[in-house]
Write a new protein. Sequence first.
Length: 143
Amino acid sequence: MLHSAKELAALLGKVKTIAVIGAKDKPGQPVDKVGRYLLEAGFRVIPVHPKRAEVWGLKAYPTINDIPEPVDLVDLFRAADFCPAHAEEFLRLSPLPKCFWMQSGIVSQQARAILSGHPVLVVEDRCLMVDHRNLVSSGTTNV
């Protein structure tokens, strides 16, 4: 689904807490680079990984439904095959986050269909770090 730079900049300007599904603090991995960027950019980042107790020095949770506080955005670093199940988990969150974000290379028509009709922005095949850097950090909306 395509979103305008203005729409994404407005969303990212409101986001404070981000759950990162598939979080790993392995240097050289895209999720590690993006997670560290989000932390440095001032976001409250909540790592989600079924087997890790800690990522980036932060407590990690097995699923997004185990997080004991509201999140504004769920950022997925999982293969597209897993996205529908995560969309189902997402819909059990209360309050519902503003955005279900699938990182670069991840597209899931099924996840999009599950979330359709709900007040949530679904972003596919985009890098949260790149969009934040280009749209919010630089103060521009030219992307």
